[in-house]
Design a binder for this molecule. Structure first.
Ligand SMILES: C=C(C)C(=O)SCCNC(=O)CCNC(=O)[C@H](O)C(C)(C)COP(=O)(O)OP(=O)(O)OC[C@H]1O[C@@H](n2cnc3c(N)ncnc32)[C@H](O)[C@@H]1OP(=O)(O)O
Length: 266
């Protein structure tokens, strides 16, 4: 159904990368380990997302796992024997944050388990859709540790203090409907349709002006870093900057001329 993407680094051990129109679909591929996110997988994810981000052919990215697991977290077997100086020296997990530097919109399609680092990666994405069987959790407390990829910080912003405390202090999972009621995910979809439906939304997003979509993504994400007054100023500057684009002129002209806009990404 999808064409294989051909990039400079086109051989992957832990992910599959395919293309549908202007959308890149990245699928975690460690089914025997519940898609545990080993170092090699994160390196490949970072490499390919940077490639896609700088390739003008693509307008958005979908990240998914399989029907059992989006990803069951960082690879516990890789971490189990590490010492404090080791994890500090290698700055373990720091490179996971690279995903947040990607300018193109990223949608997570979560079937099955999204736990620990898997859930944290999903929260770094811009939109999360859940399959009916999805289970979200930060079970690090059950391993004698704490979330290390922004889980405590992003969860409280997404769901508020009481629910964030409840999830991280008990390590219990929540199901898709609960995640929907918490506002963590935008939609719950049947497991077998999840990826197709997510791709449709990703294609719609990719069909708009790419620099404008990137500005919206950046402005909304900035709201998590700065206060309201600075945020509104930041947004206004970004809004003004759209007046330096052809696409802003085209969008407004097309409306006035009662025709469909034709975006050039300029
Ligand atoms: C960023 C940080 C610090 C983190 O993410 S820490 C990790 C947080 N995540 C977790 O604690 C979840 C760990 N996994 C689980 O609890 C269970 O595997 C699940 C996801 C509930 C699934 O349970 P089950 O359906 O019973 O499958 P289970 O037999 O446990 O897993 C299948 C295989 O995947 C392996 N696996 C699952 N999660 C893994 C993980 N996070 N790391 C390494 N291997 C993992 C598991 O060891 C097993 O391998 P093997 O067949 O060699 O024994």
């Amino acid at each position: 159904m999808f064409t294989k993407l051909v990039f400079r680094f086109s051989t992957y051990n832990f992910i599959n990368v395919t293309q549908k129109g202007q959308v890149a679909l990245i699928q975690f591929n460690r089914p025997k380990a519940m898609n545990a996110l080993c170092d090699g997988l994160i390196k490949e994810l970072n490499q390919v997302t940077q490639e896609i981000d700088s390739n003008p052919e693509y307008g958005s990215i979908v990240i998914t796992g399989n029907e059992k697991a989006f990803a069951a977290g960082a690879d516990i077997k890789e971490m189990q024997d590490k010492s404090f100086p080791q994890v500090q020296n290698i700055q373990m997990l720091a490179s996971w944050e690279n995903l947040t530097n990607i300018k193109k919109p990223i949608l997570a399609a979560v079937n099955g388990y999204a736990l620990g680092g898997g859930f944290e990666l999903a929260m770094m994405c811009d939109i999360i859709y859940a399959g009916e069987n999805a289970k979200f959790g930060l079970p690090e407390i059950t391993l004698g540790t704490i979330p290390g990829c922004g889980g405590t910080q992003r969860l409280i912003r997404a769901v508020g203090k009481s629910k964030a405390m409840e999830m991280t202090l008990t390590g219990e999972f929540i199901d898709a409907q609960t995640a929907l009621s918490y506002g963590l995910v935008s939609k719950v979809l049947p497991v077998s349709n999840l990826v197709e439906e997510t791709l449709k939304v990703a294609e719609k997003i990719a069909s708009f002006s790419k620099p404008v979509a990137a500005l919206i993504k950046d402005t909304i994400n900035e709201a998590e870093n700065i206060g309201l007054r600075e945020g509104v100023k930041y947004e206004r500057k970004a809004f003004y900057s759209t007046f330096a684009t052809q696409d802003r002129k085209e969008g407004m002209s097309a409306f006035v001329e009662k025709r469909k806009p034709s975006w050039t990404d300029n």
